[in-house]
Design a protein around this ligand. Structure first.
Ligand code: C2O
Ligand code: CU
Ligand code: CU
Length: 421
């Protein structure tokens, strides 16, 4: 026997997590009690993954941001029943990026993610890269999954879709599944892969000392060039990679990642970093992020996001698994205009996500986007009243969903389907 014919095994299962000392909380996890292992695929390579559902309900395995054939994309039509296993091949035929995976069963996505099902999926190209970006996983290259959670008085996860129709907002914040996390830093320049893995909450990240940090990547690729930022907002499902320079901190100074209200999300404990070793290398690409031709392409797909609570819709409709809403030819680039139509109450931000593609953001209300959005993306936050133009190409054929990534909105039907032919 040659051994197993897969590189990774990912099993959705029930678990018990001690979020609070001495108290067991029922959770879901991949291969464990909570969250899942970070999977890594070398850029241009593929891995075989054995997926298994050990839950007592159907689930799916969705590879958020990965441009894969729709039959293994893990969308709502791709249910894995309790006890079922499959081996699939995930190919990373796209730039290095921080992606993630999570379930996508229709009307159960929000609850399954809330209970703990998410993990990171990294496309890596550090062996071929001369960009000198920190790439020692767990040492100076750290995944950070930010989530908020709600607990009942027995300290059990308190999921109630009917109470939280606009998305579950928790009062407890966690990083990588830990309440009150702390991170020990031993290297002068650290790379953090930030994922907003919450059901609905937007996070604005800042440093506690008011210093800048450097954003190097968006959802689906490195940026055209690194940009210095004072703060960075990620809507649900968005990612960013940042570098923080710890080399200039004095012994007494402390540093944390905080949110816009000054609440500490992640404090750092800095241990003998070599202050002479650090510096952030920059780069620029010769080609513009968008060509003039791309900027001037006419809009051929209109998407209207509307509503709140369970009255959400896309182009006036709710999700129907038997209906194809849009069609686009494989490999042909089109411009989608996403309009977030305000309602009498004003409306709310909807993070719009498309499966099976990494797109470019062309403009927001006609204005060219900032450097921090000049990288590939798969989710884009659209403000009430805003019109965002996207340049969208699907490399594979099949039927994919697009939806609001407030998971309760998605479950409430704020989702459509596109056939790529
Ligand atoms: Cu993060 Cu439809 O997915
Ligand atoms: Cu997705
Ligand atoms: Cu929404």
């Amino acid at each position: 026997q040659k051994g197993k014919n897969y590189d990774y095994e990912v099993t959705a299962q029930e678990g018990i997590t001690e979020f609070f000392e001495g108290i067991s909380t029922e959770t879901y996890g991949y291969n464990g009690d909570l969250l899942g292992p970070t999977l890594k695929i070398e850029e241009g390579e593929s891995v075989n993954v054995k997926i298994t559902n050990d839950l007592n309900e159907p689930t799916t395995f969705h590879w958020h941001g990965l441009e894969v054939a729709s039959k293994i994309d893990g969308g709502p039509s791709d249910e894995i029943q309790p006890g079922e296993s499959r081996i699939i091949t995930l190919e990373a035929d796209q730039p290095a990026a921080t992606l993630w995976y999570h379930p996508h069963v229709h009307e159960m996505t929000a609850e399954q993610v809330f209970r703990g099902l998410s993990g990171m999926l990294i496309i890596d190209n550090s062996i071929n890269s001369d960009l000198e970006i920190p790439n020692e996983y767990g040492v100076n290259d750290i995944p950070l999954i930010f989530q908020d959670r709600l607990f009942d008085e027995d300290k059990q996860l308190d999921y109630d879709n009917l109470m939280n129709v606009d998305g579950t907002l928790g009062d407890v914040s966690m990083v990588n599944g830990t309440i009150n996390p702390k991170m020990t830093v031993t290297e002068p320049i650290m790379r953090f892969r930030l994922l907003n893995g919450s059901n609905a909450r937007n996070y604005t990240f800042r440093l506690s000392n008011g210093d800048n940090f450097t954003q190097i990547a968006s959802d689906g690729s490195l940026l055209d060039e690194p940009v210095d930022r004072k703060e960075l907002t990620l809507a649900a499902s968005e990612r960013a990679e940042i570098l923080i320079d710890f080399s200039k901190l004095t012994e007494e100074e402390s540093l944390s990642i905080i949110n816009e209200e000054g609440v500490v999300l992640l404090p750092f404990d800095v241990k003998d970093t070599d202050s002479t070793a650090g510096s952030i290398k920059t780069w620029t690409t010769d080609e513009p992020f968008l060509t003039d031709e791309e900027k001037e392409m006419p809009v051929t797909k209109n998407i209207e996001l509307f509503g709140m609570m369970d009255m959400v819709s896309i182009n006036g409709k709710k999700f129907d698994a038997d209906r194809i809403d849009l069609r686009q030819e494989q490999g042909v680039t089109e411009v989608w205009e996403i309009y977030n139509k305000p309602d009498m109450m004003g409306g709310m931000v909807h993070p719009f996500h498309i499966h099976g593609t990494q797109f470019k953001v062309i403009s927001r209300d006609g204005e060219e986007v900032e450097e921090s959005e000049q990288g590939f993306k798969d989710s884009v936050a659209v403000e009430p009243g805003e019109r965002v133009k996207l340049l969208v190409t699907f490399p594979e054929k099949g039927v994919y969903v697009f939806h609001c990534h407030i998971l309760e909105h998605e479950d409430n039907g704020m989702m459509g389907q596109i056939e790529v032919y």
